[in-house]
Design a protein around this ligand. Structure first.
Ligand code: MN
Length: 201
């Protein structure tokens, strides 16, 4: 059975950029619901229950048709949020191999931030904006709903939840303000570690 990962920081740790109430609801209600529904979908498929959620959504073609959409949505929701929480921390700075890759792929951090923010702002409806890594460099991609780039064999190193539930309490319809706030709480040490891991996989 899949379970809710604990946060390594308190719900108010990202104030004032991401508020305590949003963090608590997002983690204990939204993320928990994806887990509950994933577990429910797998109930009649004991053979699939030992797989990680990453493995399940990496091989959706092999998931029985009657639960494929549920695994895609709720397995994806579980993977995405488990990936998202460690990406958040105040007062870290881009560095390491990731910062070099940003320079190479985008020509500089400002251009990278601009392109990422624009993609996140323009994404219609609910979804995620990602930075994915390959040997040829970094790329910004978006996915709808709870889809994750690993279903397309792309390795995410950074991701932003742009579902309204991630920002509505504090920012209402002002998604660009939420995206700007996100850049104040990106844990660049984790991003760099994700990038190093992606390169060696
Ligand atoms: Mn979310």
């Amino acid at each position: 059975m899949h379970t809710l990962p604990e946060l390594t920081y308190s719900y108010d740790a990202l104030e004032p950029y991401i508020d305590q109430q949003t963090m608590e609801l997002h983690h204990t209600k939204h993320h928990q619901t994806y887990i509950d529904k994933l577990n429910g979908a797998l109930e009649n498929y004991p053979d699939l229950q030992d797989n990680t959620a990453e493995v399940l959504i990496s091989n959706l073609d092999e998931i029985p048709e009657d639960i494929r959409t549920a695994v895609r949505n709720h397995g994806g929701g579980h993977v995405n949020h488990s990936f998202f929480w460690p990406l958040l921390k105040k007062d870290t700075h881009p560095g390491g191999a990731f910062a070099q890759a940003v320079q190479k792929s985008f020509g500089g951090f400002d251009a990278f931030r601009e392109q990422f923010s624009s993609a996140a702002t323009l994404l219609f409806g609910s979804g995620w904006t990602w930075v994915v890594a390959s040997s040829s460099g970094l790329e910004i991609v978006t996915t709808a709903n709870q889809d994750n780039p690993i279903s397309q064999r792309k390795i995410p190193v950074l991701g932003l939840d742009v579902w309204e539930h991630a920002y509505y309490l504090k920012y209402q319809n002002r998604r660009p303000e939420y995206i700007a706030a996100f850049f104040e709480v990106i844990n660049w040490e984790i991003v760099d570690a994700n990038y190093e891991k992606a390169l060696s996989s």
